[in-house]
Ligand binder design. Structure first.
Ligand code: 1CP
Length: 345
């Protein structure tokens, strides 16, 4: 039988609500900081011994219902030959930002052959994880484009919007190329045995719905369409996307990730018929005392289970680095306890 995560994502009956956390691997775990201290981020992402160990760490510690592949959204860019580094405390930095047609033409397409280490890491993880599913992921074309155009993390995404409005053809060609790259990155993970995948459009929430629909939605849709033959559930998530949820839902994922600013009951009415929901505890709430946090977790589980289709518990964005590593595990136990109770009613 399929795992609880896959069943919930496909709106099939489950006995408890599955839970995993965005950024569950990484800086909140002392065992991660210990392993990473001698390795650059992108180097770690290409080293199967490190990728497998780091991916397994939160599964062991928090007893989550799924692992998420330890990698980064810029790994496929680097594999294609883009000069990118992940600077500690900053994020991805691109040596030569993409601003012109000639800049775009210099970016090669990504060949699946350039990712043998990804195949190896996923294959080993699927064997080590046993019954626990592995979630693959990739950046959505718009979020990747923002890093490439801005040259790094951006507060306002102004150069990205300038290209989107000023040279829509160049922008569209860039997003099409990035859609092919994300598809290849995901195709490799799914072919090696990942059970589900999440498309992260972290910065889509900076767009208004009309621009999103015209300039971004077709490219995210093409990634999801190209992977449908793998027959695994897809998750689609962005930050500050309350106003965009119904538009993002049209891209056609099985599950819509909901950020923490949105009421799950409202999200429930914005997604497409048949789509499941994922979310959406504010990651900062993991810093609250347990007697305050616990009822918040319960309320979210109850709201999620009121959605007529499937529901997967998660945070409304990634685990914050300073999170007490003992707390996510308590949340997992509580989600399981409350959901068993509700589902048995
Ligand atoms: O040295 C370090 O520990 C660097 C921190 C770090 C980590 C742990 C980065 C740099 N990336 C990652 C791993 C990572 N990135 C994962 C796997 C871990 C997990 O989820 O358990 C995933 C899914 C990502 C995806 C990712 N990278 C996104 C989308 C998710 C999101 O948080 O919105 C984005 C936007 C990135 C870019 C990125 N990489 C790293 C940082 C600090 C950033 C964000 C920078 C910015 O604010 O623009």
């Amino acid at each position: 039988m399929a795992s609880t995560l896959v069943r919930a994502a496909l709106s099939q009956p489950v006995q408890h609500t599955p839970v995993w956390f965005m950024r569950q691997a990484g800086r909140s775990l002392p065992e991660y900081r210990e392993l990473r201290k001698d390795n650059a981020m992108l180097e770690a992402c290409r080293t199967p011994d490190l990728v497998t160990e780091i991916t397994l760490q939160p599964v062991r510690r928090h007893k989550v219902d799924a692992a998420i592949f330890f990698s980064d959204i810029v790994v496929p860019l680097e594999a294609a030959g883009v000069d990118v580094v992940i600077e500690p405390g900053v994020g991805p930095v691109i040596a030569t930002p993409v601003r012109t047609r000639a800049d775009l033409d210099r970016i090669p397409d990504l060949d699946a052959e350039a990712l043998p280490d990804i195949t190896e890491s996923v294959t080993r993880l699927v064997a080590d994880l046993g019954e626990t599913p592995l979630i693959g992921f990739a950046g959505a074309p718009f979020t990747l484009a923002s890093y490439l155009i801005e040259g790094g993390p951006s507060k306002n995404h102004e150069k990205t919007k300038a290209m989107m409005l000023g040279d829509p053809e160049l922008f569209s060609d860039l997003l099409a190329k990035l859609a092919r790259m994300s598809t290849t990155f995901l195709d490799v993970q799914l072919s090696a045995g990942a059970s589900a995948f999440q498309l992260f459009d972290s910065w889509a929430g900076y767009l208004n719905p009309a621009d999103y629909r015209q300039s971004v939605l077709p490219h995210s849709t093409s990634v999801l369409d190209a992977l449908r033959h793998h027959d695994v559930p897809s998750f689609h998530f962005g930050v500050q996307t309350g106003e965009l949820l119904s538009s993002m839902a049209e891209a056609g994922s099985n599950v819509m990730g909901v950020d923490f600013r949105v009421d799950l009951a409202a999200a429930s009415s914005r997604v497409k018929q048949g789509q499941a929901l994922q979310g959406n505890l504010d990651p900062a709430m993991l810093f609250a005392p347990w007697d305050v946090l616990r009822p918040r977790v319960e309320a979210i589980v109850r709201a999620g289970l009121s959605h007529p289709n499937g529901y997967v518990f998660n945070l409304g964005h990634g685990v914050l680095p300073a999170t007490d590593p003992a707390v996510p595990g308590l949340v997992v136990e509580e989600v399981h306890r409350v959901s068993r109770e509700v589902l048995a009613e």
